[in-house]
Ligand binder design. Structure first.
Ligand code: AMP
Ligand code: MG
Length: 277
């Protein structure tokens, strides 16, 4: 199954999240059944990241967006389990600081965008400025409505500079979210994750859906596509994400850079003694 084809938001198309089943799990009946495939994809990602870093010509930006408890942190942990910390980073976008609010909304995103050779994950992103900002009227419509085009231009600029961009929306149901909140409540290790606003935001679910549908439809482009990942099953979410990331990296034509030195000369000069021994 090609999950990129299956879950991509075709540029220019409308998005109806209600028509996408968040409990979808493809042809795999269980986590156990999917586990070897997940492992295999993670290994491929690790190999490709090595090439990305070594070559230092391109970079990869993975944007993660979702409502609370949909699994953004889980995806980060899962993807990073196969990655070398060197050359990779994750940045969590919180409420903007005074300094950040003093700049244009893309300033803090641009600052954290990957440099050549890097793989960066945005846990939340510049998209918050057309999501939470729109839902909570943190800026007037005349301001946020112009941001979709601005985001497309920004991502186009990054892409032309050698950054491959893929954007993942983790799609869960309100029932699954409530169940995950309850699990947090029952697990002292995770009490720190609970905030009352997580619950109050649930009342705004339809407004968030509306804002997400607009963002996905208006900013899914050939260069920076959105994928809607059914995420009620954590293992299926991990399977789909690892496949989409691995396939995207496969397509980047990553390779080891050419050797910059004369290997024969180095062997002769510095290793001749070894050979004699
Ligand atoms: P969490 O991801 O649970 O740590 O929460 C981070 C919070 O910061 C979320 O409620 C986001 O909606 C909020 N946030 C992130 N970016 C922005 C932004 N640009 N404006 C307002 N709130 C934001
Ligand atoms: Mg939260």
């Amino acid at each position: 199954m090609d999950y990129r084809k299956e879950f991509v938001v075709e540029p220019g198309s409308k998005v109806d999240l209600a028509s996408i089943d968040p409990s979808y799990s493809g042809r795999h009946p269980s986590h156990e059944d999917a586990a070897p495939e997940i492992r295999n994809r993670l290994e491929r990602i690790a190999k490709l990241q090595y090439l990305l870093y070594a070559d230092a010509e391109q970079s990869l930006l993975v944007v993660l967006q979702a409502l609370d408890a949909a699994g953004k942190d889980g995806v980060v942990r899962h993807l990073f389990s196969g990655l070398n910390p060197q050359g990779t980073s994750v940045y969590c976008f919180k409420q903007p600081s005074q300094l950040e609010l003093g700049h244009d909304f893309l300033w803090r995103a641009h600052l954290r965008a990957p440099s050549k050779g890097e793989l960066v994950i945005f846990n939340r992103s510049h998209y918050e400025d057309v999501l939470v900002v729109r839902v909570h009227d943190l800026a007037p419509e005349s301001v946020w409505s112009k941001r979709y085009d601005i985001i497309n231009d920004f991502e186009r600029m990054l892409a032309l500079g050698g950054t491959r961009i893929l954007k993942l929306y983790l799609h869960i149901s309100p029932e699954e979210q409530l169940q995950r909140f309850k699990q947090r409540l029952d697990d002292p290790q995770r009490h720190w994750k609970i905030s009352e606003s997580d619950y109050s935001e649930r009342d705004l679910w339809p407004k968030y859906v509306e804002a997400y549908e607009a963002a996905l439809a208006l900013t899914s482009t050939k260069r920076a596509p959105w994928y809607v990942i059914p995420a009620n099953h954590k293992w299926f979410r991990d399977l789909a994400v690892s496949q989409i990331v691995a396939d995207t990296m496969d397509e980047m034509g990553l390779h080891l850079p050419a050797t910059r030195v004369d290997l024969a000369k180095i062997r002769r000069k510095y290793h001749a003694a070894e050979r004699q021994e």
